[in-house]
Design a protein around this ligand. Structure first.
Ligand code: NAD
Length: 216
């Protein structure tokens, strides 16, 4: 909380130039007095294992190899591990449009030929969008915003949300009711969180391999 912006930028510059460091992740959110975007922009895109640097966001949007944010990458791995390896033509609804989760999630689904709708705080009639979806990804941060009976029978549900309610964690989806309809649904906690950590390790390994190759 008492770190100065210049000290943080100096530390990132030092990590950027240290060949023994392959990946850098700045845990967000930062204290109010720090400029988050300036901090993200300072990370070497080749060490940006959380995929937040505009260069990596641009690479993802352009269909080029780069670093993909860990949470949406983990969500895709979860869908595939639940048996959804072909998403062609499926209707996917992503709720939330953050740079960290919603937008890259939509791009990853689009790359897999899903028909993607992005919903957000200004969306009208969220229920009707969700009711039609074969894949639902909720990344909002509102406890149980997505009602269980909105979930279409056989839909795949990824609940990214983490909300603390009366001392325990709940997701953005009413899990108990949604489970009656979904083909598969992630629990909160214990679903997207651990997969995010796994993807961070994968991205760090990928970064190390790429940097070793470039150094050769
Ligand atoms: P954010 O606050 O940046 O974005 C929230 C999004 O939700 C916004 O795009 C907003 O438009 C949308 N939204 C808000 N109210 C809405 C409403 N009533 N209807 C529809 N959309 C609405 O949050 P974020 O960083 O994308 O994170 C979202 C949630 O996911 C949070 O609960 C966060 O803690 C969680 N999260 C979990 C992991 C994990 O590893 N499991 C990783 C990242 C974020």
């Amino acid at each position: 909380a008492d770190t100065a912006q210049t000290d943080l930028l100096d530390l990132i510059a030092q990590l950027n130039s240290d060949p023994a460091v392959h990946g850098i992740l700045v845990q967000m959110p930062l204290p109010k007095h720090l400029d988050e975007q300036a901090v993200i922009d300072a990370i070497d895109p080749d060490k940006d294992v959380d995929g937040l640097h505009p260069v990596n966001a641009g690479r993802l949007a352009s269909g080029l190899p780069g670093f993909v944010p860990c949470t949406p990458q983990g969500a895709i791995a979860l869908l595939e591990s639940a048996g959804l390896t072909d998403m062609t033509g499926l209707k996917a609804v992503v709720i939330g449009r953050s740079v960290l989760v919603g937008k890259p999630m939509a791009q990853l689904l689009l790359e897999r030929n899903a028909t993607v709708t992005i919903c957000h705080s200004r969306t009208r009639d969220l229920a009707s969008q969700v009711k039609d979806a074969d894949i639902v990804v909720a990344a909002v941060g509102r406890p149980e915003l997505i009602q269980g009976d909105w979930i279409k029978d056989g839909a795949y549900v990824i609940d990214v949300g983490i909300n603390r309610v009366e001392g325990h964690l709940v997701g953005d989806v009413q899990t108990e009711e949604a489970e009656k309809h979904a083909a598969a649904i992630t629990p909160v906690p214990g679903g997207c969180g651990p997969m995010t950590v796994q993807m961070l390790l994968e991205n760090t390994l990928l970064a190390a391999r790429r940097q070793e190759e470039t150094a050769r």
